[in-house]
Design a binder for this molecule. Structure first.
Ligand SMILES: C[S@@+](CC[C@H](N)C(=O)[O-])C[C@H]1O[C@@H](n2cnc3c(N)ncnc32)[C@H](O)[C@@H]1O
Length: 529
């Protein structure tokens, strides 16, 4: 493959004896992977039914290499959100973020959302995920992935990191910055990255990364964790980014990453050299600390080039809980006390300094779209909307899966935070999209179906991977099926909304009437193999 001469020369100089092995990796096949979505299924169930062997990716709990002939995107499991197709090295940052059920997590540069899906699995249906991308178009894929993979406690934003930092100072237990970068580690997988690399110097990305990290620094709660990752080799964007950050933010320290699975240590000497070259400043101690960050090299493990740093913010858990108080009560489904609400708004205004930021052309364009009026954000549902939603739940569900507590236009959502916490922000989705109010009735969304569990529904049509009606359903066909094929609960009649499941995971809705299952699977999502 064609590699830029400047890139090859720089790698040769840095890698010395290892250079030959590094260059040889460009002749080898790129390993692909899937990550099982444990929000919807169990790992063993999926692995047992895959039409190809899948070997474990050593640095993940739920990631597997797929063989070159596998077509994981052409399998019903993909349509059911049972796995996410992800480059193996890209699974490491979230593993190192160490998400725990109940955490408040922010994924700051999130589209298309592979790492957000992985974070969602770590939350196990508890806590909160705020997932953001600055590019409006890219948030569409982010929304789709949050829906397909059933990350129902996620809020999707399209914001500048500095504005999120103003709204949520010191709020998150864990923050991921999977930074925009020059993508040198992806040259082997995606030759288009070579052309992009030739257009933009690595220093442009390094500046963007500093700006994003400065905002991220404000967002992490005391005692919380910040993970920074890139898919590039340049020290300007890796060790140097971290050394400059640590120098500016002495309340952060590197948390050493264990060197296992073929992970290699960070290279402080490369950071030192590029500091001198670019006239950047960083403490020696900060530069040296980057030795405990990691590099994933394609010639040392089976995956593409990546860099990961884990940083801890000073402070204690109790301090963090006090700062998060106003939101915590709402997440548990209880109304906030006055004191807690006040704590929330005081927090919001504590760190309000704006950040200037620079970026490449595309990022500047995204910034311009942010200079327009900010939408009003979500409102509370009115009594009629609440009644219609409750009536729908009573008729078709065994239990209400989540409260509908946020509205945008005629769309109803379940928001995991008090909605005032989102005011002034560019909100793409304030939570789980439940449905739309149309002509005096509530119409459930496909996203609602995808976030449900079979136990929530009065009517279920359970399918297995070898069921004759599986592909016709995914193609959008109307199905002719007998009532006896439906599983009916709570004395429900067959007529009404039915949840179609694949190995117990939701695929979508259908409407049963007189022996026919009218297909509600959205046209844009249909099986097209
Ligand atoms: C490496 S990609 C993220 C990949 C994603 N984490 C995943 O796993 O699917 C970097 C993302 O950062 C976004 N981005 C660029 N500049 C940004 C900024 N200033 N703030 C937030 N996001 C930004 C880009 O639009 C891009 O989607």
């Amino acid at each position: 493959m064609r590699l830029p001469t400047a890139f090859v020369n720089a790698m040769k100089q840095r890698l010395g004896e290892e250079f030959e092995a590094f260059m040889k990796s460009y002749e080898e096949i790129v390993r692909a992977g899937i990550r099982i979505n444990t929000i919807k299924t169990e790992m063993d169930k999926v692995i047992a039914h895959l039409p190809y062997p899948a070997a474990s990716i050593p640095w993940t709990k739920d990631g597997f290499y797929t063989p070159p002939e596998a077509r994981p995107g052409k399998h019903p499991f993909y349509y059911a959100g049972l796995y996410y197709i992800q480059e193996p090295s890209a699974m490491s940052p979230v593993e190192l973020l160490d998400v725990q059920p109940g955490d408040y997590v922010l994924d700051l540069c999130a589209a298309p959302g592979g790492k957000s899906v992985q974070i969602g699995a770590g939350l196990e249906g508890q806590g909160l995920l705020v997932t953001n991308d600055i590019h409006p178009d890219r948030t569409k894929a982010l929304v789709r992935n949050m829906e397909l993979y059933g990350v129902t406690q996620s809020i999707v934003l399209n914001e500048e990191p500095a504005r999120i930092a103003n709204a949520f100072p010191a709020f998150f237990d864990k923050v991921l910055v999977d930074a925009p970068c020059s993508g040198e580690g992806m040259f082997r997988k995606d030759p288009d990255m070579v052309r992009a690399w030739e257009r933009e110097p690595v220093t442009t990305y390094a500046q963007m990364q500093q700006d994003i990290l400065d905002s991220a620094a404000k967002l992490v709660a005391p005692g919380g964790r910040l993970v920074y990752s890139t898919c590039t080799f340049s020290p300007e964007e890796n060790e140097a980014s971290i050394a400059r950050f640590l120098t500016k933010h002495p309340d952060y320290k590197v948390i050493p990453i264990e060197l296992k699975h073929g992970f290699a240590s960070g290279r402080p000497e490369w950071a030192q050299a590029c500091m001198e070259e670019h006239g950047w400043e960083a403490d020696n101690e900060a530069i040296e600390a980057t030795r405990h960050t990691i590099r994933l090299w394609p010639h040392r493990l089976q995956g593409e080039g990546h860099y990961v740093a884990v940083l801890g913010r000073a402070g204690a858990r109790e301090e963090r809980e006090e700062l998060q108080g106003a939101a915590a009560c709402s997440l548990q489904g209880h109304p906030c006390t006055k004191e807690q609400s006040h704590a929330g708004s005081a927090l919001k205004h504590r760190e309000s300094k704006k950040h200037a930021r620079k970026g490449n052309k595309e990022d500047k364009k995204a910034m311009r779209t942010h200079s327009g009026p900010v939408n009003k954000g979500p409102r509370l549902p009115d009594v009629t909307e609440q009644d219609l939603y409750s009536a729908f739940c009573q008729e078709h569900l065994r239990e209400q899966p989540a409260p509908m507590n946020a509205m945008m236009n005629t769309y109803g959502y379940s928001c995991p935070l008090p909605i005032e916490r989102l005011s002034g922000l560019r909100v793409v989705r304030p939570g789980w999209f439940l449905g739309t109010f149309k002509s005096g009735r509530f119409e459930p969304s496909h996203a609602m179906a995808l976030g449900l569990k079979a136990v929530h529904m009065k009517r279920v049509y359970p399918l297995q991977v070898d069921s004759d009606t599986l592909i016709p359903y995914l193609r959008g066909d109307t199905l002719t099926i007998g009532e006896e094929q439906l599983v009916l609960h709570s004395g429900a009649a067959a007529k009404g909304y039915v949840l179609i499941t694949l190995m117990d995971a939701p695929l979508g809705f259908g409407k049963y009437v007189n022996g026919m299952l009218k297909n509600e699977y959205p046209a844009a999502w249909r099986w097209n193999s």
